[in-house]
Design a protein. Sequence first.
Length: 418
Amino acid sequence: MSTAITNVRVFDGEKVLEAATVVIDGATIAGVGGEPPAGAEIVDGGGGTLLPGLIDAHTHSSDDALAVALRFGVTTELEMQGMNTAPNRAHITGNDRLADVRSAGFGITPPGGHPSELMPDDFEFGGPDSGGPDSDGPDSGGDQSGPMPLMPFATTPEEAVRFIPQLIEAGSDYIKFMVDDGSVEGHPGLPMLDQATLDAGVAEARRRGMLTIAHTLTVDATRMALDAGIGGFAHLFMDRPHTAEIVERIAASGAFVVPCVVLDASMMGITASSLADDPRVGPRLGEAWTNLLRGSYDRYPQGRLDDVLASVKALHDAGVDLLAGTDAAPFPLPFMAGVAHGASLHHELGYLVRAGLTPVQALRAATSVPARRFGLADRGRIAAGLRADLLLVDGDPTTRIGDTLNLRTVWRRGTALS
């Protein structure tokens, strides 16, 4: 039986439509506008806005995290380092209690390079106490068994080139490069990819038709990635204010940027306690993640959030595609505080508006723009024939961005989340 969402404001991922009805048939959107078909189940959207399911363009995921994300209307996560490569996510693809996911696998970095400095000596990724891939606890959300994604440690151009086909074969959806000397994380002098190695790896990935993404937190690392011809940035530099030169270079390159302002704020010691205290958040998030929002990474207290926000606005004004992302950790880890799955994407939308984007422009950054830049042609918009990944909220987030948290119903592939 089909479902018709009626009497609703429709933001289609680009703009507000005149249509007030959206019909779901099975896992897809059957129609937008017109009258509900005979026999359809009617969902009255009165007073609400229907949005495409949100896309978080920078996460590190687990089954539990994907379940949390979906409760906040995040129907797709783009993993930038983690386990959910193609061979490992069959149990996720068909599970309408979890957000869908795409993954870089693990990023190319030298031995001892970022992110090794962030991990405590006793931390085991996916260990039995982490709730990770080897966990069989009640919140693990399903079997995450499967081959461990490739760990591409490279120190030479030849090694970087050899890893590209191996990452593709291992199921990476895009290729990530770590360009980080540890200075922002409080560990200056970390081993870092040199220009020749980065150039060779990016060129080989592009030759094979793969999207390339760089982890860069400084202006100098950003320049290195631009010199290599990178396709997108998983972060915005935070070590100094932008200049017209760096903004123009990014814009001319055609690369996108995922600013992850929520992560930058946390790195500067700014907590997300106000988000944790929002009564719309805690009941959906759970105690462990809510408590995490009350802390912060606090690794770069000398940073200036106003500089980051000004850089976001300058990039937007220059025509750079901005994508909403959070850098949420796979599990509620105390040493990665300040950011949580699902909830923090709504926080990021607020930061984008604070930077100077309109609410509609911010919503595009979490829907149609990431879908377009990552080649996800079946989602990110509300149109006939696309996946019925949808979010119904009370109010009008196209004029008041905070209304995205007025969650009423989430659909993943046409299945309403109870």
